[in-house]
Design a protein around this ligand. Structure first.
Ligand SMILES: [Zn+2]
Ligand SMILES: [Zn+2]
Length: 262
């Protein structure tokens, strides 16, 4: 059995075409968001050596299709309970759920031995949140789909051992790119998505001393470039290039661990 001073995280896919992230402390495994069909989830789960009945819960960040489209179906098919804010649920996109737990921003809760704090974020959804997982002093944050970061979010990242950080777009590529003007404004706005520049700013402001793992997530396929993101993050962290991971839309990323040596 794995020691309980570890957390691990993996992704089935990351980006505007669908998101699903897995977090496990070795005893409890949850899926954060499911923006894929059940069929697609069943196709992708074996990459992580995971069976659907090993998933103890589905946590919802917000009701945008790329995060919620598969939540209801997966929950019903395998009787997996769902944790969601009332706002996200009110979208009606989950349908009837076999078991539901309502959560609120900055109100910690636990699923078995896994401790979770929802982080309220500025994003154009009803009651969006992202998640911080804690385990014996270890802290792993998932932060995507936020137009900007708040002091309260920075405070929660003290300390932070692992972070999945939205690097949605390069600002120049977005403004010179093919999106219609309204969409450009939405993406770049305070309730839209974090740019590479904002992600670097967050890294600068947060407590980086304990950081073991940084994974860039939710990259725009049109308005960003994975090589650019790795280079920017590696420079900002003074890490070798290969230490920075970038989540992919199709492949997500394989299990990554953070932990203290026993
Ligand atoms: Zn999204
Ligand atoms: Zn969103």
């Amino acid at each position: 059995m794995e020691s309980n001073n570890q957390l691990k995280v993996a992704s089935l896919g990351s980006g505007s075409k669908g998101n699903a992230t897995l977090v496990s402390n070795g005893e409890v495994t949850v899926m954060v968001d499911c923006g894929f069909t059940v069929k697609e989830v069943l196709k992708r789960l074996p990459r992580l050596n995971l069976e659907p009945d090993q998933i103890d819960g589905i946590l919802v960040t917000h009701e945008h299709q790329d995060h919620i489209s598969g939540v209801g179906a997966l929950s019903r098919r395998f009787s997996i309970p769902v944790w969601s804010t009332r706002g996200s649920l009110l979208s009606g996109k989950c349908g009837n759920l076999p078991a539901l737990n309502l959560i609120e921003g900055f109100e910690p809760f636990s699923i078995g031995s896994l401790n979770v704090t929802p982080l309220s974020v500025p994003h154009d959804a009803r009651e969006p949140c992202q998640f911080l997982f804690t385990q014996n002093g270890l802290r792993l944050a998932i932060l995507t789909d936020l137009g900007c970061f708040t002091p309260k979010i920075v405070e929660q990242l003290t300390p932070c051992h692992g972070i999945l950080l939205e690097c949605n777009h390069d600002e120049e590529m977005l403004w010179n790119g093919p999106y219609p003007d309204r969409l450009k404004q939405r993406v770049a706005g305070k309730m839209g998505h974090m740019s590479n520049r904002q992600a670097l700013e967050l890294l600068q402001q947060m407590d980086r001393d304990a950081l073991q793992l940084v994974i860039a997530t939710h990259l725009s396929e049109q308005n960003n470039c994975p090589e650019l993101v790795s280079k920017l993050l590696a420079e900002a962290l003074s890490w070798p290039l290969e230490r920075v991971k970038v989540a992919q839309q199709d492949m997500g990323f394989a299990w990554q661990k953070i932990g203290f040596s026993a």
